[in-house]
Design a protein. Structure first.
Length: 406
């Protein structure tokens, strides 16, 4: 079976960042599927590389988080056009697997279905266009209407839709009632991310020189709402806590956060450069809490943040600043603390937990158990493989039926 996987931001573990597509594509290869990955890079020319059995086509389409919304839009459309030209030259595959964001990748699926009679599975990572609309990035009645129509068309024409959270799945079904939609959240490599030597971070706490450490790992953009992280650090400093708050990542908002730290005289905030998978594991292994953050917008409550899953695989309690399905997971499984309007109250709750060795270790244990039970890479790969093979069989039967009636 031949499959073309389309993801504009494909990354490998050695590069760092969101590596969901790497694990899913490699899992498909291990299941006997021939996978071509169409992605983009900031180099000036096309490149073809083999990555662990995946044939990766790197298209020269520049994209940076620092781009304005219009430069981003141009980049999105250039990628669709370049991917279309490449796909037209390739030997026809059996199926496309297309992942967003952005929603514009769905244009490629629509074209392939009509021009090449090629079915596609569409994966929805975020609620587009609702997310940019709620953030005020996408404005104008005409433009909003255009994207809402595109969203429905992309869902309707797909053979199957994969949602990264149950709220996203519900949103898709409201747009495209009756559509077959599976929920496959993000996950962690639980063999790679695990408590160091079987111990929880608290095991090292007896060393009084080591401060309690709260770490945020991931994208640093406006949508991530990291002002609340700095508010927590400020409250800790004002209450004379010898704690440290570590930020590892990159993004357009990084200079603003650095300025805010300097302006407020925060001596307990440390910035680390963007790191790969190994660097993330090292930092989480030295941390006592993982911080997961988004702006308080309804559409972001459906998000499936990668680093949440890495953190709980490491057996870390989580500090969360937004509601939604992740909040309900944390609340139900008792694996973290919610930061509300008062960062001082959050500091008190963290301190109580920190000084209760038994309660903290139980929280760590529950985090790891939840990861192993629900959010492993193996489970996600098996679910995606099942969908791919089922869709392929359905499409084959449909072709046979059409040929018999012709």
């Amino acid at each position: 079976m031949k499959l073309v996987y389309v993801h504009q931001y494909f990354l490998t573990p050695s590069q760092g960042g969101a590596v969901r597509s790497y694990y899913l594509a490699k899992g498909l290869v291990d299941a006997g599927v021939q996978v071509d990955m169409i992605t983009a890079h900031n180099a000036p020319a096309y490149e073809l590389k083999w990555v662990d059995g995946i044939r990766v086509h790197y298209l020269p389409v520049v994209y940076r988080n620092e781009f304005s919304k219009w430069r981003r839009a141009i980049s999105f459309l250039r990628f669709v056009w370049a991917a279309k030209c490449l796909l037209a030259k390739m030997k026809r595959p059996d199926l496309l697997y297309i992942t967003s964001t952005p929603l514009t990748t769905g244009i490629l699926g629509l074209w392939a279905k009509r021009a090449m009679d090629l079915p596609y599975v569409f994966e929805v990572r975020d609620q587009w266009p609702e997310a940019p609309i709620q953030m005020g990035v996408l404005r104008g009645k005409l433009l909003k209407g255009l994207f809402y129509r595109l969203e429905r068309l992309v869902y309707d024409e797909s053979s199957h839709v994969v949602a990264l959270s149950s709220p996203i799945r519900e949103s898709i079904l409201r747009v495209s009632p009756g559509k077959e939609v599976s929920c496959i959240p993000n996950f962690a490599d639980t063999d790679f991310f695990k408590p160091k030597d079987g111990q929880w971070p608290l095991a090292e706490k007896k060393d009084e020189k080591r401060p309690l450490t709260v770490s945020y790992v991931g994208a640093i953009g406006r949508v991530n709402g990291l002002e609340s992280f700095l508010n927590l650090a400020k409250a800790a400093q004002q209450t004379r806590k010898s704690w440290q708050f570590v930020l590892m990542g990159k993004g357009a908002y990084l200079p603003k956060l650095r300025d805010a730290v300097a302006h407020n005289g925060l001596e307990n905030v440390v910035f680390l450069p963007f790191g790969n998978k190994a660097a993330v594991r090292e930092l989480l292994g030295r941390s006592d809490f993982a911080y997961i953050s988004f702006l308080p917008l309804p559409v972001l409550e459906s998000s499936s943040p990668n680093k949440f899953f890495d953190a709980i695989a490491m057996g870390l309690p989580v500090i969360l600043n937004f509601k939604g399905w992740i909040y309900e997971l944390i609340k139900t499984n008792k694996i973290g603390v919610f930061q509300g309007d008062s960062p001082v109250d959050t500091i008190r709750e963290m301190e109580c937990l920190w000084h209760d060795t038994g309660a903290y270790k139980e929280m760590c244990r529950r985090s790891r158990e939840l990861s192993e039970a629900e959010f492993t890479s193996e489970k996600a790969v098996a679910d995606v493989c099942a969908i791919i093979f089922r869709v392929a069989i359905q499409e084959t039967k449909a072709i046979v039926a059409c040929s018999q009636t012709a």
